[in-house]
Every structure is written in C-alpha cells, then in structure tokens.
Write a protein that binds this ligand. Structure first.
Ligand code: 5GP
Ligand code: MG
Length: 179
C-alpha cells in the first residue's frame, strides 16, 4: 500500500482542492483581459496545472516545457536542459510558469532566465509548494499554494523515482523508502 510509505499527510485532497481554488480565483482577478499563457513544467506540474486551469475563469492558453533534472531530487547540477520547448512564441505575452515545487530554485531560475530572453510582456511564477529552507538560487514565486518544511514530499504530481505522482494528497515520504 502506498499509504504505508507515508510518514505523514501534509495536506489532504480537500485542502489542496480548496487552496487551488483560491489560487485560481486570484489568477482570474489578476489576469482579467490579459490572455496569459500558462507554461507547465513537465512532468511534476501536470496535476496542479490541470486542477488550477479549471479554477481560472478568464481566457488563457497552455503550453509545456520539460526540464530534465539529472539523477534524483537531491542531486542538483545547476544545469537546465530543455527536453521539450514551447510550441509558440511568447514575445509580448503574459507568461505564468507553473511548477510543482520551488526547492533550491536552480531549475526554475535557469528556466525563467531562458524564457525572459524571449521578451514576454510579463513573467510570473506559480507553484503548488514552496520549500524556502533549501533555496540556493535567487528566486521567489509570485503565487504559492503551501509553504512546506524541508522534507521530501510526494503526491499531486510530485514523484519519487516516477512513483507516487497519482496520490491525491501531499504526503511526506518515509525516509526508509529512499534511504
Ligand atoms: P529545484 O531546482 O528548485 O531544487 O527543484 C526542482 C525540482 O526538484 C522540482 O521540480 C521537483 O521535481 C524536485 N523536488 C524538489 N523538492 C522535492 C520534494 O520534496 N519532493 C519531490 N517529489 N520532488 C522535489
Ligand atoms: Mg519537477
């Protein structure tokens, strides 16, 4: 049972749904008439992105990038490798990068630098989770679902070795699972 691999549940399915609904309402208000492009960072953001856009009531477009990380979450090389790039130009457009978690910030700061070179009208960062204790790069999110402690979390799109993404809650994985 996957539930047995959890040390604790941080946020239940209902708590996540309510917070995502609030974020959607905020984005609806902030981007009224702006026709933004939401850029999901694959694969971790896919569930958050799907839930979030259904709570946004102003017109928007979706696109995706895939930034490959090397090895596991604990290993950060400071490189970003875009395995999948945007389909459309973002010049002059309002861009919202959607990610599962902002941790050291290395991946997202490189991605944001790359996207800024393409001259969007604006670029904001929206994350389901923020883990500020481990931040290394100078980057903060504009929209944050929940601030989490320095623990390894899974669920709602976040994985451990590609597993646990489907969990409808945010849980802390038992260290015995990955040690
Ligand atoms: P950063 O570049 O900010 O250190 O981390 C980027 C990526 O590391 C995230 O998109 C995510 O894939 C992974 N990551 C960081 N912390 C966690 C965590 O607690 N759980 C999981 N499942 N992935 C994490
Ligand atoms: Mg990720």
């Amino acid at each position: 049972m996957m539930r047995d691999d959890m040390k604790a549940i941080l946020y239940t399915k209902e708590e996540v749904a309510e917070r995502v609904r609030q974020m959607g309402a905020q984005l609806t208000a902030d981007y009224k008439g702006e026709d933004p492009i939401l850029v999901g960072v694959l694969r971790g953001s896919f569930i958050f992105m799907a839930d979030l856009v259904r709570c946004i009531e102003t017109p928007l477009e979706l696109d995706f990038v895939a930034a490959s990380s090397y090895g596991t979450w604990a290993v950060s090389t400071g490189q970003v490798d875009l395995r999948l790039d945007l389909e459309k130009d973002i010049i002059g457009r309002h861009v919202i990068v959607v990610e599962d978690i902002l941790d050291t910030g290395r991946t997202l700061s490189k991605l944001v630098d790359e996207l800024k070179k393409r001259h969007p009208a604006s670029l904001k960062l929206c994350v389901l989770l923020d883990k500020p204790e481990r931040r290394v790069a100078q980057i903060e999110a504009d929209y944050v679902g929940f601030t989490v402690p320095d623990e390894f979390v899974v669920g709602c799109g976040l994985d451990f070795n590609q597993k646990y993404r489907q969990l409808p809650y945010i849980g802390i994985l038992k260290p015995s699972v990955y040690e």
